[in-house]
Design a protein around this ligand. Structure first.
Ligand SMILES: [Fe+2]
Ligand SMILES: [Fe+2]
Length: 171
């Protein structure tokens, strides 16, 4: 596969996760597996954006309110991702959680891809999208290997001040 620039790579991730959400809806026996894939994709995607892409966009002059909202949207989705990781498709509300997560993600993707959105800001800034794409790909591979060996982590929020889910669950 030829190297992708940063935006090409992130958009390909978006299409992949949209496809997984669609698959989940019509899946019969493979729901747990698909939900796990969805969590894996979303955790890795949000981490590479948060660690590499979003800071580069901010440095390149992307509107800070827009970037702040994107960070909060990521963190909002993490609650549901953690729920899916810790539950099973037989649980009450599980399908509803997948559905609501898919709606949140759809909205978030639109915010990134729309005209005037984050990807537009990245294109207009002085970013080297090719080398950024290489960095994103390298980190993506590294995280994938790590999670395949050690299991998926609970997603870590960057903007929330409420106690982490685990603490609340055991309180
Ligand atoms: Fe994204
Ligand atoms: Fe994002």
């Amino acid at each position: 596969m030829p190297a992708q620039d940063a935006i090409g790579l992130l958009k390909a991730d978006h299409r992949k996760v949209e496809e997984l959400f669609e698959k989940y809806e019509s899946a019969r026996g493979r729901k747990a597996d698909i939900a796990k894939q969805i969590c894996m994709e979303l955790i890795i995607h949000s981490m590479i954006e948060e660690e590499i892409f979003y800071p580069a966009c901010r440095d390149a002059g992307a509107d800070s309110d827009m970037m702040d909202e994107a960070n909060v949207e990521h963190d909002g989705a993490k609650t549901l991702i953690a729920e899916l990781e810790n539950g099973s498709p037989d649980d009450e509300f599980y399908d509803a959680k997948v559905k609501v997560l898919s709606e949140e993600i759809k909205h978030h993707i639109k915010e990134e891809e729309k005209r005037g959105g984050i990807f537009t800001a990245a294109r207009q800034g002085e970013l080297d999208l090719d080398s950024l794409g290489e960095k994103l790909m390298a980190r993506k591979q590294e995280l994938k290997t790590q999670f395949e060996q050690q299991g998926l982590p609970t997603p870590v929020t960057l903007t929330m001040t409420a106690p982490p889910l685990e603490q609340r669950a055991s309180a």
